[in-house]
Design a protein around this ligand. Structure first.
Ligand code: PBG
Length: 326
């Protein structure tokens, strides 16, 4: 005779239907945001070894790619550009005929309201230094950088973007972008900031993909140290005060505590960016046959949602949407 004969949690696990009924966290393709890399002057789709199954796309493949994403019922894409030329001022990032600007107009023209177009706002792919801000006397200069980030955001807005997503981790970037968008008649363009973007070793495959590794030193003078959770939350708070619409915690899996804390403390939509290194870990282990890829992907995406993310930027968006539809 047990002490508490009526306490049996296994009753609600007895078959699939009853498990469905009591499922607490639901994940659907509608929670996902699919990154896309588009490269200027590229002739055909190109693979990058450290990010298996993710390709750099030429502009003329964009419509086909977005179509496959729309078909999977994924509501949003996140565009990253790889320009043909870099310079000190990162001018190709805000050129009217820049690669991201062209991709945005092309997608807008073909898909109208069928997809939310988000675009990365940063400088590292576009500057010779590979840094996310402009360099002055060997330092990353905050205030000239945010002026340029605001120009990038406005040029994307002119091309038809829905959401700009600054990832440079410059102080005041959200304020500068919000002000410029409002001043130029784009008060309806939203900002999803990489609010607490940590200085992380999980970004290296992305740097292969986007060709944006810093040419001197690293990003620790602007990205948040992973040892400082209160500082991460201060970053989130600052972005909210500057008028951000959606905050982001990045990376995701090693930062679930911060996703949870952000959701608890603040009354704004929270996104999580499951970054390239997280993707590479799973792909690498799966390739060896050491884990079941689909099961692990599902468990990881659910864990990010369970932590409190309202949406997830993930390289598993398409694969995840297929798993979730089955
Ligand atoms: C840079 C940027 C990075 C990522 C997104 N934007 C790399 C970095 O900060 O070095 C990383 C994303 C990923 O790893 O998937 N603006």
């Amino acid at each position: 005779m047990s002490f508490f004969p009526s306490r049996r949690l296994r009753r609600l696990r007895k078959n699939e239907k009853i498990r469905d009924l009591v499922q607490e966290i639901r994940l659907s393709p509608k929670d996902l945001i699919c990154p896309i890399f588009v490269q200027e002057d590229l002739k055909k789709r190109t693979v990058v070894e450290s990010m298996p199954d993710i390709e750099r796309l030429p502009l003329n493949e964009i419509v086909k790619e977005v179509e496959s994403i729309v078909d999977l019922k994924i509501p949003a894409i996140m565009l990253f550009g790889i320009p043909a030329a870099k310079d000190d001022a990162g001018t190709s990032a805000f050129a009217d005929n820049g690669i991201v600007q062209k991709a945005i107009s092309e997608i807008r023209k073909n898909f109208g309201k069928k997809i939310v177009i988000m675009a990365d706002v940063c400088l590292c792919q576009y500057t010779t230094s590979g840094h996310c801000g402009l360099v002055k006397e060997n330092k990353i200069d905050n205030d000239s950088s945010i002026a340029t980030l605001a120009k990038i955001a406005v040029s994307q807005a002119q091309s038809g973007v829905d959401v700009v997503s600054p990832s440079a981790m410059m102080d005041g970037q959200v304020f500068a972008i919000r002000q410029s968008l409002d001043d130029t008649g784009f008060s309806d363009v939203a900002i999803m900031s990489h609010s607490a973007k940590h200085r992380s070793a999980f970004y290296s495959p992305f740097r292969d993909m986007a060709d944006c590794a810093p040419k001197f030193e690293d990003r620790r003078t602007y990205q948040v140290p992973f040892t400082n959770p209160m500082e991460s939350l201060r970053e989130v708070e600052m972005d909210i005060n500057e008028g951000v619409d959606i905050v982001m915690i990045k990376p995701a899996l090693a930062y679930l505590d911060l996703i949870a804390e952000t959701k608890r403390r603040f009354n704004v939509p929270v996104s999580a960016y499951s970054v390239s290194g997280e993707y590479a870990l799973v792909k690498g282990a799966a390739k060896q046959g050491w884990i079941n890829e689909n099961d692990v992907v599902s468990e990881i995406l659910y864990s990010i949602k369970r932590a409190g993310a309202d949406m997830i930027v993930t390289y598993f968006a398409k694969a995840g949407a297929k798993i979730l539809q089955d």
